[in-house]
Design a protein around this ligand. Structure first.
Ligand code: F6P
Length: 326
């Protein structure tokens, strides 16, 4: 246990289903092992503006099944400045917090790395994002639930696409990563996935049309990863209108509904295992690592590796989508 007596916990960045299960696991494991737990509201904002309260085992009752985060979340501008982080550190000290557990994605863990380096604080991260875009882990908390939400939506769109014999572009989130689009396409039996990882390789839209995808079918669903460069699904629909006017295309942007909902069993289990491991990590003297999962085993991933995006999406999935949709 070393010098750590009190552990602060916060959720930051975009919320993800399973964050509550992680908060519950961190809180209860910490209390079980004799630590005090302080809940920090609204991510780093709560550290800067001193919104901190003690958490008991009861504080996390009846939340494992809830989407969102009971701690609330935010993207805090003040914390990106040295002055903001100084105030955050002072508030942390006043509250007696010796270590932090940060649940969030890329930006949140980058903030954690900088804060830990500046003030020599033990911080352990948990990968909380629907995007599945962190390095050193096979899965992030929230990804499985978002995928299930996507396939539910696509199953419904399929009914109307088939009836009207239309081409549908369904845009999904992903923060410049194609995991939700690609695996959503495999799981929903979509005709194609258009992802940022393939952007420079080929013209994915032209490839789709040139495949003659409507020769054997009267409707098609294409999952498109959000992409500010190409304009995502709306950008593709515009290109269809101009370059391939013979197609009757429609767009559905799934948006923030992908971030909500009760977490799946897989996300609850992942969040519970990772949350408990965060306390073990601090107990073992680990610092500045994210808990990841590799081949079913929990692992420690340095923040620098978790946030460098070296993970490569398995592009064989694109071929699988094509082959299975003939
Ligand atoms: O990182 C999670 C995420 O949902 C991304 O997929 C998406 O690009 C972004 O957050 C949306 O952010 P906001 O909720 O701030 O619009």
């Amino acid at each position: 246990m070393g010098n750590i007596k009190t552990i602060g916990i916060l959720t930051s960045g975009g919320d993800a289903p399973g964050m509550n299960a992680a908060i519950r696991a961190v809180t209860r494991t910490a209390i079980y092992r004799g630590f005090r737990v302080m809940g920090i509201m609204r991510g780093y904002y709560g550290l800067v503006f001193n919104e901190i309260e003690e958490f008991t085992s009861k504080s996390v009752s009846n939340i494992i099944q809830q989407g969102g985060t009971i701690l609330k979340t935010a993207r805090c501008k003040e914390f990106t400045t040295a002055e903001g982080r100084k105030t955050a550190y002072e508030n942390m000290q006043r509250a007696g917090i010796d270590a932090l557990v940060v649940i969030g994605g890329d930006g949140s863990l980058t903030g954690a790395r900088i804060f830990a380096e500046e003030y020599d604080i033990p911080i352990v991260g948990l990968p909380g994002t629907i995007d599945n875009d962190l390095g050193g882990t096979d899965r992030t908390i929230g990804y499985d639930t978002a995928l299930n939400t996507i396939i539910d939506a696509v199953d419904k769109i399929r009914d109307t696409a088939t009836s009207h014999e239309r081409l549908f572009f369904v845009e999904v989130m992903g923060n410049r990563a194609g995991y939700l689009a690609l695996n959503g396409a495999i799981a929903s039996g979509a005709e194609a996935a258009i992802i940022p990882e393939m952007e420079t390789e080929i013209d994915q839209l032209a490839d789709l049309v040139n495949r003659g995808f409507r020769k054997s079918k009267n409707s098609a669903i294409v999952l498109v990863a959000e992409n500010p460069t190409t304009g995502g699904a709306l950008g593709l629909a515009q290109r269809i209108k101009e370059e391939f006017p013979e197609y009757d295309a429609r767009v559905t942007i799934l948006g923030h509904l992908q971030r909500g909902g009760s977490p799946t069993a897989a996300d609850r289990i992942l969040a519970s295992r990772m949350g408990a491991q965060a306390i073990t990590a601090l107990d073992e003297g680990q610092r500045n690592v994210m808990i990841g999962i590799k081949n079913g085993e929990l692992v420690y991933v340095p923040f620098s590796k978790a946030t460098t995006h070296t993970r490569n999406i398995d592009l064989e999935g694109i071929e699988l989508v094509k082959m299975l949709s003939i």
